[in-house]
Write a protein that binds this ligand. Structure first.
Ligand code: FRU
Length: 464
């Protein structure tokens, strides 16, 4: 065994032991989400390299195995047969002492060719692009390539970052997008080409735009339209446009999630064989004081094209498998001043489905609180008066057809809320219940009578 491989195995063993020792403590925190994918303990950030390999979904993620803050960047690993129940596997990649990735194994992607899975990641510092390979059934063991780093020089000197490789197959060749920024110009994605995955040639910027540096680019097709997602050290945005001859024409930039950078960042996607695109993002933040965990990943979202030209987002259909006990609440007219309480929700991990016809000049407000009689609550909803979706203090415009229903799917998982409105807006937010199991929900019609067409809640248990 090569010296470096031995060092890697030692680093992995140490990291796995550290995480295992904190897992019980992390699991006992009442704020710890139950059905969101996360580490057994300690820090998680970006989802990395989602891939489907020999009948299973694999998710990797940026992980600090030694604490609840960012650091010691490694690739944690989990596997799933159904996209919603996950099992933790040992950490896949850790920094090798005294090498090109000794300061961290940063974000990247995973591609499969000839039944071999290859992770592309950024080793630091300086930022260099690297490969690790695996072909074992569960992708448990990874060998860092002898040819690393496969890209060791930056293509030009006036760059900011140089990280987070994202690959796709293009005809008989491969393309790699790297997140960066050009000084005096703005955030950019650098495009590389290769025909063997190891020798890479720099082509040109795929596109350049606002901000100073873009992280975690993802570039994929939905029918004939190409989508570019970037994380610009601020809220995550996307643009759509045509891609031809290695050139991309960017269009309008739009938000991916209304929760803002502190609630949703660095998403990564998986394009399946049938063209379905799934996306996961990183939700920041820890639980109770001293509890050894920080962060979870969002639920998988299906990304589509909406007739308006925007992207649509819906919870992956597999998530319906998580639905447990169902409660149906009365539907019918809801009048101002007479909010409806959804009694008997005795869980803090559930899905709510609420559909309503909200006529002109009307609004629907859904209140979530530990105790509905207290002053502490979050209101979310839709207001026809200014065509806006709101969640607490966040607001965004959403034009909904005059006769179209407003539909909310709200996933509450202890201290995490994910809300989908008409599959066109997503809002991810951390929430802070004050004790286990407490959840009050009520629905109100502050602007005049509305019609509730559907109101259901499903308990969701732990996926672990
Ligand atoms: C995004 C990011 C990436 C980087 C990784 C390091 O959150 O900063 O650009 O590769 O996190 O953990």
């Amino acid at each position: 065994m090569a010296h470096s491989e031995h060092d890697h195995l030692e680093a992995l063993a140490r990291a796995n032991a550290s995480v295992a020792a904190a897992a019980e403590d992390a699991a006992s925190d009442y704020l710890r989400p139950q059905y969101h994918l996360t580490t057994p303990a300690y820090w998680i950030n970006d989802p990395n390299g989602p891939v489907y390999y020999r009948g299973r979904y694999h998710m990797f993620f940026q992980h600090n195995p030694y604490g609840s803050e960012w650091g010691n960047m490694s690739w944690g690993h989990a596997v799933s047969e159904d996209l919603v129940h996950w099992e933790h596997l040992p950490i896949a990649l850790a920094p090798n002492p005294d090498s090109y990735d000794s300061d961290g194994v940063f974000s990247g992607c995973c591609v499969v060719e000839d039944d071999i899975a290859r992770i592309f990641y950024t080793g630091v510092w300086p930022e260099v692009q690297c490969v690790a390979e695996s072909d074992d059934e569960l992708l448990r063991t990874w060998q860092k390539s002898d040819r690393n780093p496969v890209i060791r020089e930056r293509p030009r000197e006036d760059l900011e970052g140089f990280r987070d490789p994202y690959l796709w197959r293009q005809g008989n060749e491969w393309r790699m997008a790297i997140g960066s920024g050009i000084k005096e110009e703005g955030g950019t994605v650098l495009l590389y080409g290769s025909n063997n995955l190891y020798d890479w040639e720099y082509l040109h910027p795929l596109t350049t735009g606002f901000g100073w540096n873009w992280e975690c680019p993802n570039f994929f097709a939905l029918d004939d339209t190409h989508v570019l997602l970037v994380s610009p050290h601020d809220e995550v945005v996307y643009t759509t446009g045509a891609y031809r001859d290695d050139r991309f024409e960017q269009g309008t930039w739009r938000k991916v999630d209304l929760g803002g950078k502190d609630n949703f960042y660095a998403p990564n996607t998986l394009t399946e064989a049938d063209g379905r695109v799934l996306m996961w993002g990183w939700i920041t933040g820890g639980g109770s004081e001293g509890a050894p965990w920080n962060g979870v990943l969002t639920l998988p979202r299906e990304v589509g094209l909406h007739p308006t030209g925007e992207l649509s987002w819906s919870p992956a259909r597999e998530l319906n498998a998580l639905r447990g006990k169902e409660r149906r609440f009365v539907s019918g007219p809801l009048r101002p001043g007479q909010p409806m309480r959804l009694d008997g929700i005795d869980t803090d991990s559930c899905e709510l489905l609420i559909g309503a016809t909200v006529g002109a000049e009307r609004a629907i407000t859904i209140r979530i609180a530990d105790d509905l009689d207290s002053e502490i609550h979050i209101d979310l909803g839709y207001d026809r008066r200014d065509a806006s979706v709101f969640f607490d203090t966040t607001r965004d415009t959403l034009e909904i057809g005059k006769d179209e229903e407003v539909t909310f799917r709200i996933f509450l998982d202890r201290s995490v809320a994910e809300c989908y409105v008409n599959d066109r807006r997503c809002i991810t937010r951390r929430i802070r219940p004050t004790s286990r199991g407490s959840l009050g929900v009520s629905i109100a019609a502050p602007g005049g009578e509305i019609g509730l067409s559907d109101c259901r809640c499903w308990d969701i248990g732990s996926i672990w």
